[in-house]
Ligand binder design. Structure first.
Ligand SMILES: [Cu+2]
Length: 185
């Protein structure tokens, strides 16, 4: 049962890491009605050793090699980076009520961030941000390692823009509605 015990220890350690990350992401929301989540996803192929030179890939059954990833970065029809679409936030548009929190989890095999920015822009890795000016908020990025979670709280009413400061095509728009607003279908 040594393996099982090791797994339990790993979960606890991860929990501590997540709590640390949450303290930085969250800005003291008063309520925490659950149910709202954003999964950060990629599909890196951990069996491709080329990932090791750029930070590694923890996905055992991913499908995307470094060569494929690089092949999806650009389009001859665009001056700005496009990026591999397996690297994305799921969902990339989310509506919440004021006071609700969002649980964010990195379900990919690479490091990512979900950084709020005033304006859409690029990140901190020039080859991955071609044609985009760096969003200044990326100077204070908080990386979520694979498997790590964080909580977004205290978002004010209105639209909030988030990007990954490594892969800036990974965007998310969070619309926060007043808590007393009636839903219109
Ligand atoms: Cu990313």
């Amino acid at each position: 049962m040594t393996g099982l015990r090791a797994a339990v220890v790993a979960v606890i350690v991860l929990g501590l890491v997540a709590a640390t990350a949450a303290a930085t992401y969250a800005s003291r929301g008063h309520h925490s009605e659950g149910g709202k989540r954003i999964a950060i996803r990629d599909d890196c192929d951990g069996s491709d050793p080329a990932w090791n030179a750029v930070g590694g890939c923890t996905r055992k059954h991913g499908r995307v090699t470094v060569a494929e990833f690089n092949g999806e970065l650009a389009s001859p029809l665009s001056a700005a980076v496009i990026g591999h679409q397996a690297w994305r936030n799921d969902p990339s548009y989310l509506v919440i009520k004021q006071g609700q929190t969002i649980k964010v989890k990195n379900k990919g095999g690479r490091g990512h961030t979900l950084t709020e920015v005033a304006q859409w822009g690029g990140g901190v890795v020039p080859p991955l941000s071609g044609g985009l000016a760096t969003a200044p908020e990326c100077a204070n990025l908080l990386e979520l390692a694979p498997g790590e979670s964080a909580k977004l709280a205290g978002l004010t009413v209105g639209n909030h823009r988030f990007i990954c400061c490594f892969h800036p095509w990974m965007r998310a728009l969070v619309k926060v509605e007043p808590s007393n607003k009636k839903h219109q279908h």
